[in-house]
Structure formats: structure tokens, C-alpha cells
Unconditional design. Structure first.
Length: 281
């Protein structure tokens, strides 16, 4: 798979201070992509900052509340000034709370939608505007061939938008991610003339730091997730590394330049069958 075109490109990644977002940043760094990370924490983690020297790329961290449009836009303006261009946007920031539907609070619903949907929308909107400005300033004739120019916008959604699990009550989260997935096709249509491809990746159950915490607090829940995964014999769930190949492929105009308007489900087959119920103990 040829992803050599990623070298020297700039990727804006939200939620990359930890978890899947940090894994995404690491994968793109290995492909020699410069990285601009937006996250809510005040200081960047050392694991993120080390990527710069490790792969001889530029890595910058921006503390940003993506649920605020003005903050998102001003931060993307800073990224554009610092890096000179924006080529890729990966929206990995997200929150989830386990609450039954009938008792889901207004606060939970508002926070979940504000970060998961509004935040993804605002950052992608600002990045798309930057990409269009760059393309128009080059005076290239539309439509743009995505293999030679353009950009890539990737939303991170969830297996739960395909097949919810009875093991959790996360309707607000699923609704927010379904709304994010609903952006993919219309934005792919709007952005196609500029050579900007828009896709989403729906991860299945992944062994992130958050999942390890769940495994300690709710081992039966993680056991159920393991049973639901078709690959691995019901004994494991996915590793973040399982997402990196699909992500890098979609980011690359050489490897994924003919892919737009799609949601890629990377779940070890969990969405393909009727799940058994894990026994307790």
C-alpha cells in the first residue's frame, strides 16, 4: 500500500491526548505526516510530544474546547498559520455515559451532543474551509483530482450505530455518533469538486485505556464484548492497531483516493451476527 503522499502533509486530530486519537496520531506520524492535536486537557502528554523527534516531524498541541465554534475556528486558524496548510482532519474526540433512556439527564444529552456531534462538525467545518481556501488560491480548475490535490476528512463513529449492544445503556452516545455518521454522505457530495474526500470509521470494541478501566470495574461487560467479537474466538476484542491500516489508507490520496462518502466498520465481525450472552463469573 503506497501512502508516501502523506509525507509532509498536515493532519488535525481531535481527542489525541490519549486512547484511539493518540494511536491515530502515532500512525500518521510514522507515515511522516505533521500532526496538530486538539484536546481539552491543558498540557500535551509526553507520548504525543515524543512523536516529533521520533519520526522527524512537527507535532503541536492546542488546548481547545471543540464544543465552542468560536474556539474551534480560532484554533484551526492558528493551526493554519503554524503549519501553512491543512490536508487531513480526523475527529476522534468523544464522551460516553451509561444511563438508561428513561433517566438520561438533560445535562448528559447536551454534553454528549456538544462534544461528539457539534465538536466534530465545528472542527471539520473549519478544516474544510481551510482546504477550500488553499485549493482556490492555487487557481486549480475544478473539479480537483483527489489523487493530486484536495484533502481528507474522517469522522470516528462507532459500531453501536450499526448494532447496539444490550450490555450498555448509551442511547445519547449512539444518537450523537449516528448524527456524525449522517454528515458523511452529504459532505462527500459538497466537497467532491475540491478533491476533499469525506469518510468515517466505525470502530468495534477496542482495548483502549478506557476499556481497561471498564475491565477492572465491570469485567462482565468486557466479557460480553469479547463474546460479541466474531474473530478471536470470543476471547478478545480489538487492539487500536487494528484501526491504523484503514485510517492511514483513507487519509492517503494514493491508497484511498477513490474512497469517499463511506463508513468503514472495523469490528472483528461483531456487527455481522446474533450475539451470545456471556455467562457471569
Amino acid at each position: 500500500m503506497d501512502v508516501s503522499d502523506l509525507k509532509g502533509k498536515t493532519a488535525v486530530i481531535t481527542g489525541a491526548a490519549r486512547g484511539l486519537g493518540l494511536s491515530f496520531a502515532s500512525a500518521l506520524a510514522q507515515a511522516k505526516c505533521n500532526i496538530a492535536v486538539l484536546d481539552i486537557v491543558d498540557a500535551a502528554p509526553e507520548d504525543l510530544l515524543r512523536l516529533g523527534a521520533q519520526h522527524e516531524i512537527r507535532v503541536e498541541y492546542y488546548a481547545c474546547d471543540i464544543s465552542s465554534k468560536s474556539h474551534a475556528v480560532s484554533t484551526i486558524t492558528r493551526v493554519e498559520q503554524d503549519f501553512g496548510r491543512i490536508d487531513i482532519n480526523v475527529s476522534a474526540a468523544g464522551v460516553v455515559s451509561d444511563e438508561p433512556f428513561v433517566s438520561t439527564t438533560e445535562q448528559n444529552l447536551e454534553r454528549t451532543m456538544a462534544i461528539n456531534f457539534n465538536g466534530s462538525f465545528f472542527v471539520a467545518q473549519a478544516c474544510a474551509a481551510s482546504m477550500i481556501k488553499r485549493i482556490e488560491s492555487s487557481q486549480s480548475k475544478l473539479p480537483i483530482d483527489p489523487v493530486t490535490n484536495g484533502g481528507s476528512i474522517i469522522f470516528i463513529t462507532s459500531i453501536a450505530t450499526h448494532i447496539p449492544s444490550a450490555a450498555q445503556n448509551i442511547c445519547a452516545y449512539i444518537a450523537s455518533k449516528a448524527a456524525v455518521k449522517g454528515l458523511v454522505k452529504p459532505l462527500a457530495v459538497e466537497m467532491a469538486p475540491y478533491g476533499v474526500r469525506v469518510n468515517s470509521i466505525s470502530p468495534g470494541y477496542m482495548m483502549t485505556d478506557m476499556m481497561r478501566g471498564l475491565q477492572e470495574r465491570q469485567p462482565d461487560l468486557v466479557r460480553q464484548f469479547q463474546k460479541e467479537t466474531l474473530l478471536g474466538g470470543g476471547e478478545r476484542i480489538g487492539d487500536p492497531e487494528n484501526l491504523l491500516g484503514p485510517l492511514v489508507m483513507i487519509c492517503s490520496s494514493k491508497a484511498g483516493g477513490w474512497v469517499t462518502g463511506q463508513d468503514l466498520l472495523v469490528d472483528g465481525g461483531a456487527g455481522s451476527w446474533k450475539h451470545p450472552v456471556a455467562s457471569e463469573g
